[in-house]
Design a protein around this ligand. Structure first.
Ligand SMILES: C[S@@+](CC[C@H](N)C(=O)[O-])C[C@H]1O[C@@H](n2cnc3c(N)ncnc32)[C@H](O)[C@@H]1O
Length: 378
């Protein structure tokens, strides 16, 4: 027996007009209901959120992990040097603490996109010119939302590299659910020291992940090493734009909020990423801040003045509901102590991101396509 939304969808599907044929209005309602159900069911629920907070961290240690994580950041007096020296601990603490919040709010793809996530991911696949059967590397793959979309769209075999054990475990479950575990896999490792031989992959991409690297040249050099000669690397980077003024206190505060709320050791300028690519040996085919002239702002889902049903959980009302829900879950012991603190620094992140976007000093969509030259041209 079943009830609720699944039942409603079936009832709609079973509606017939007087001649016995399914009528168009009911059919279109049915399509909308199925689409809505798909969206709702693809996101984790409140209980998943509560039980997932802390990831691989023992539940009793979540609060102290939050405190240690916060202390790394400038917002709480921490220093960039320390964040870079301890990037593995800092970034893994961050993702253990936030992954269930991300999945609850965003679904399976943990990146911004002015329209649908999948359009962004298809764009990346098309830019890389992916062909069926190719071996592709996703650097910093999260729980594999983009990996599954790109693998299905391009009929490639994608390896997801990630240094967070909890996310990999989630990704493996989701790959099995979609049958993609036969062609795609996850590898737990640091993108600063990849466990792959030289010249292993036909294409490599990174979506909002290499911003966690303590040093972009070292990270891009590793990507260069494992990419086959003549093949391409494409990425979306988080960057400060040319409008960022390091002497401006308001700008500094926004940057510190973004670092705190997103587990970043630093936020580099677009020019620094471009130089790092060249230093690593890449030929840059094209690069552009795709946020600059996007007709739909990337930060719309986080903007307090915006309301949307499809990304309800990210709206001001949705966040208010989540805040109170997390308070209740923590109070009743269903979510570990410290969960509300995680929600609070994620809210700080949202404020910093929206302010950074409004002032045009920050972009999460600095895109580039780069090629590793053939060996005879190096
Ligand atoms: C914002 S998430 C993006 C995930 C994914 N690209 C997506 O769009 O859904 C950044 C990812 O980078 C991973 N990451 C951060 N530092 C890493 C490192 N040093 N080595 C491997 N993965 C790393 C994190 O664990 C996380 O999965």
């Amino acid at each position: 027996m079943y009830s609720g939304p699944a039942r409603a969808v079936d009832d709609l599907a079973n509606t017939r007009n007087r001649s016995g044929a399914p009528d168009l209005l009911s059919l279109s309602r049915w399509c909308i209901a199925v689409d809505y159900l798909g969206r709702v069911m693809s996101k984790a629920g409140a209980l998943d959120l509560a039980t997932g907070v802390g990831g691989k961290i023992e539940k009793d240690d979540v609060l102290s992990a939050v405190q240690k994580y916060e202390q790394y950041h400038g917002y709480y007096g921490g220093e960039e040097k320390e964040r870079k020296a301890n990037y593995t601990d800092m970034v893994n603490k961050y993702y253990d603490l936030v992954t269930s919040f991300y999945e609850y709010g965003w679904g399976e793809s943990f990146h911004f996109a002015p329209r649908e996530h999948c359009l962004h991911e298809h764009f990346l696949a098309l830019q890389l010119g992916l062909k069926a059967g190719q071996k592709v590397l996703d650097v910093g793959c999260g729980i594999g939302g983009p990996l599954r979309e790109i693998a299905q769209f391009s009929m490639t075999s994608v390896t997801g590299l990630n240094n967070n054990e909890y996310q990999i475990a989630r990704g493996q479950v989701l790959n099995r659910n979609t049958g993609l575990d036969k062609t795609c896999s996850f590898v737990k490792a640091d993108f600063m020291k990849m466990p792959f031989p030289d010249n292993s992959f036909d294409a490599i991409y990174a979506i909002e992940a290499t911003c966690h690297a303590p040093d972009p040249v070292g990270c891009y050099k590793e990507i260069y090493r494992v990419l086959k000669p003549g093949q391409c690397f494409a990425a979306y980077e988080w960057c400060m734009t040319n409008a960022f003024d390091i002497r401006n206190k308001e700008h500094q505060k926004i940057k510190a909020e973004i670092e705190l709320g997103n587990g970043l050791p630093d936020v580099r300028a677009t020019g620094q990423c471009l130089d790092a690519l060249k230093q690593a040996g890449f030929e840059v085919i094209w690069d552009k801040d795709l946020a600059a002239d996007s007709p739909i702002p990337w930060y719309l889902p986080l903007d307090k003045s915006h309301f949307s049903l499809s990304s309800f959980r990210l709206t001001a009302v949705g966040r208010f509901v989540t805040r109170n829900m997390v308070m209740a879950l923590e109070y009743t012991g269903l979510a570990p102590k410290g969960s509300q603190r995680v929600q609070a620094f994620l809210e700080k992140a949202a404020e910093g991101l929206v302010e950074g976007a409004r002032k045009e000093i920050f972009t999460p969509m600095y895109f580039f396509l780069a090629r590793k030259p053939h060996l005879d041209r190096q």
